[in-house]
Design a protein. Sequence first.
Lengths: 595, 386
Amino acid sequence: MSLDRIRNFSIIAHIDHGKSTLADRILELTQTVSEREMRDQLLDSMELERERGITIKAQAVRVEWKGHQLNLIDTPGHVDFSYEVSRSLVACEGALLVVDAAQGVEAQTLANAYLAIENNLEIVPVLNKIDLPQARPNEIAAEVADLVGEDASNVLHISAKTGDGVADILDAAVERIPPPAGDADGPARALIFDSSYDQYRGVIAFVRVVDGSFSSREPVRAMASGTTFEAEELGFFSPERTASDHLAAGEVGYVVTGLKDVRRLRVGDTLTSVAEPATDPLPGYKDVKPMVFAGLFPTDSDDYPELRDSLERLQLNDAALSFEPETSTALGFGFRCGFLGLLHLEIIRERLEREFDLDLLVTAPNVAYQATTGSGEQVEVHKPTEMPSDILYVEEPYIRATIIVPKEYVGVMMELAQERRGSFDHMEYLSEDRVLLTYDLPLAEIVLDFYDQLKSRTRGYASFDYDLIGFREGGLVRVDVLLAGDPVDALSLIVHKDKAYGRGKALVEKLRQEIPRQMFDIPVQAAIGSRIIARETVKAKRKDVLSKCYGGDVTRKRKLLEKQKAGKKRMRQVGSVEVPQEAFLAVLNLNESGK
Amino acid sequence: MHVPFCRHRCGYCDFVTAVGRQSEHDEYVDALLRELDERQELLAGSLDTVFVGGGTPTYLESGALGRLLSSLPPAHEVTVEANPETVTPVLAELLGAQGVTRISLGAQTFESDLLAVLERQATPEVVRRAFTTLRGAGFTNVSLDLIYGIPGQRPEQLGADVAAVLELEPEHVSVYELEAKPGTRFTSAHGAELRRQIDRLEEYMELATAGLQAGGYRWYETANFCRTRHGDPRDLRSQHNLAYWLAADYVGLGVGAVSTVGSERWKNMASVTRYVSALRSGTAPARTTEHLSAAVRTWERAMLGLRLDEPLAEAEISSVLEPGGLDLMAARGLLERRDGSILLTRRGRLLGNAVTVELLRDLDDPADCDEPRTAQGTSKQVAGRR
């Protein structure tokens, strides 16, 4: 199809503003799927995506509309996956900015809209859910128009639920979004904006062809990695994979590479033809660096190989997940895993538990730190125990948070940001009663329960998004937990010095409750270096004996003791202290909630 | 010898018992004596001890009880268990006349509210009167049982119980923790209070142990004490139960009774009706048997021996010791090693289970598992069971 008949666009929306429903309606209206095949959230293929009502992976689908080919790229709405969004946007010329007519613009909408504007995308503002009784279409339309610098009359009013106005969107996409630019006859170049892994067919690259065209069975080279392969199959999503002979300039589709090692093909790389190669690659993406780290340990140590295999398999579809083996005296063998954020961690954990049937212990998440030692050496620290002892200073990642709240919540917002070591940057009124605030905050504070706190303190009215803005020095200390004088590696924390005491105290209190009494007093301490900041004692038990034992009781008594011995074996040994796994779990949960 | 009959089954009781059924007392005694006869060849010509336990042996019809006692083989120590409300001067005289040397009296507590909670039939006055009656009939070796951890119990009540025992000066005292089995009527009735009592068990045990020791009693086994008195040279430990703790052989007769002879342990099934009808028709009662490997026997020897206040020879149990266990426990002040023997300290005895588990290695011999099967006809047996 000629370039001027192609339109490529994404849908940008806040969670629950109706993105997936709109995508469903578009598929129906264009008869891409028959009524019989239709089901809700069609593009969210993962079980988890449907269940949680969120989109995790980007999806591209091709639809026909009035003689035009529209490529619709569905993008994730959560901040953890904004890198997926930015990648998808590079493959588009336009974006539908979908805003809930009752809720108004949210922080993520804002962040993603700015991303789109930065990428020179034509924005088609859409007000969804106008059928809701609490919709305030005129007010919100003004807000949206203001945001994208358009006239309010250009904002489309639709209801994805009823289908009302959806056809107007497609018409607007054709009219307002420019066709892709590119040299249809030049050397072939396609940008890989995502990939997935198929057990039988290997890596499948999702591409946007910019120049020239690719043919099925053609030898192809990835310009940055140098990997070459034969394009076993080309095609587009409709919404299932549909093979075609060619993928031409302007089109969005997939390439089956047959590669079995996902690391050989990176998202952001440029594909070109081996026969007639392009000279320069397309501008790619920044590498995504995991910023949140946590240890994952199988509760049953026999599951370690299975955990490794499962992580490898997840990584095939999720290049942002990193992991390396980690050994903990308390928790045994496991992996230190890197994530984009807390939701990413949660999703990986849930997939491991659900799809791979693993029982996991997850240590308190921490961010990546940069420590500078006395000798001037820079060390990247992914877990508390890696923190060198002769630290000159430690830097931690900072983010710029964008928060939108109704004006009556500005006070509580500021209070929360303050508690979390935030520094105020900027405030403006989006409308008469909605305020946009920006704060610089340590990522570590976000990793804890910031988002939950934000939601609960503003009764759900606040929305929030963030960008990494670099590393800053932050007065951080490492808090170790000691049982009878022996450190419990899995429980070490890096926290701001002002919070060390509170966290340490909460930790030892919880541990004191969770560790069963043993034959001796067990001091439970929190320490910064050699300085003890909190202490509790698990008092020695004074009695552990069966009172009655006569001729008829001997077998039962023996079995009871054998059971007691077996129970002892299931405990984790920290120095001389036996700690049940549940105790670690309880303490790790405590860390997660940050209380 | 197990006599399962009781007038009332106390809520907390987990022994094999049968309420009432007085018409069956005679035939049960017949069956018991038949089983005794059948087991004769396992028994020595002169027995060390006989223990008639229950149930409530003294609840038997006096004719049946007399017949049972008069048919017992001679032994150095013959103990009969009695519930206080069954003890009358007539009964005491009968017991004495039939050669019973020792009475174990189930007092449990001297607090009337707690006796009611336990569903005991006796009041504190009845308990005291029973004791006096036995003394009056000439019994000079009487044991009293106490229970702690009773729903509603307060530490000072246990203190009062200990004082009451000391005042009566029995030769022997057993002190048990109330073991409420999950799922029983008693446990569901007292659940929350039982959980509250669990937190006090260690205090109770320390209190009872210290109190009795201060009153001149020797804490010779985890739950047992015997009187030591100047001018009384007798060894007042329960010789019968001592045999269990020293891992001697014993033969148990009656429903639910357990026997251990060499490497075999067997247990009679619990049904009175089936027990009686089997023996009446000349066959052995249904039994489950358990083979005890050498390792298991040594393990049990150690497990039981560690309950006593006498040194246990290391050599005797060395094959089942966990390497390093003795040193670790000694370092923690829980046991002492002297002249090739080990002895638990006071704290070690209070933590007996934990210490045993640290000291003894895993028993992973697959031959040790229970194989329930019914032995027919040929097995032999007598003596006690509690």
